[in-house]
Write a protein that binds this ligand. Structure first.
Ligand code: 5RP
Length: 235
């Protein structure tokens, strides 16, 4: 039996594949929902669709390469038509938390290089207020403890409280991102002012990027057992 959450992710991804037109330059997201999109895109490419993809992680690069999706980089292809990516949370203003899969830096760079970012997700990611999912913050490994304290202070200054912990791998090592950085997970529970928190985090020198995606997603394709809903503008 197919897991209902996986079925919903696949449904959202299938709707997103319909947005892909021949010749498009695509940003390819990271995570289990984005992986459904890449798999479905691979099927279209096998049937003759011509596109170029820029992956947001090494994981996605490997998947897309195995499916013979032509790949590029932002150096060769600095402007993209459409990025399809997942999210860990989204709110009614289409603000996102991303980075559960540790790819937030490349995901944000690729989204910012795209005319449109469309998010694919299942209903479980929809929240009234961001913050239930711990906010990932990518930091340089130099001065980690100092940066962690600055991140706590930025949270406190913008109405957030909770623990900020260094992400580890399942075997207990410090997780290192594709860009060679560490991740701090901020278990704030609720982020009352995401815009203010984003500004405060951006001002910390050791912060490379944070997982608040504000003003980037044009639409969210959200699926559940009842079907697909589009929030925002797909055009
Ligand atoms: C990776 C991400 C993913 O988009 C996010 O974690 C959602 O993943 P999934 O589709 O597996 O729930 O931000 O850094």
């Amino acid at each position: 039996m197919i897991d209902p959450a996986e079925a919903a992710k696949r449904l959202a991804a299938a709707r997103a594949v319909d947005l892909v037109m021949p010749g498009m330059r695509l940003g390819l997201g990271t995570g289990s929902t984005a992986a459904h999109f890449v798999a479905l895109l691979g099927e279209r490419v096998a049937h003759g669709l011509k596109v170029i993809g820029v992956p947001t992680s090494e994981r996605t690069r490997e998947q897309a390469h195995a499916l013979n999706i032509p790949l590029s980089t932002l150096d060769e292809t600095p402007e993209l038509d459409l990025t399809i990516d997942g999210a860990d949370e989204f709110d009614p203003q289409l603000r996102l938390i991303k980075g559960g899969g540790a790819a937030l830096l490349r995901e944000k760079i690729v989204a910012a290089a795209s005319t449109r970012m469309v998010v694919v997700t299942d209903r479980s990611k929809q929240v009234a207020t961001l913050g239930r999912f711990p906010l990932p913050v990518e930091v340089d490994r130099f001065g980690l403890e100092s940066s962690r304290r600055h991140v706590i202070a930025a949270g406190q200054a913008t109405g957030c409280a909770g623990t900020v912990t260094l992400r580890k791998t399942s075997d207990g090592h410090v997780l290192v991102t594709d860009g060679g950085h560490a991740i701090l997970d901020c278990a704030f529970g609720s982020i009352p002012d995401p815009d203010a928190l984003a500004r405060a985090l951006n001002a910390i020198p050791g912060v490379v990027e944070h997982g608040l995606f504000i003003g980037l997603a044009k639409a969210i394709i959200v699926a559940d057992a009842a079907g697909v809903e589009v929030i925002g503008d797909l055009t």
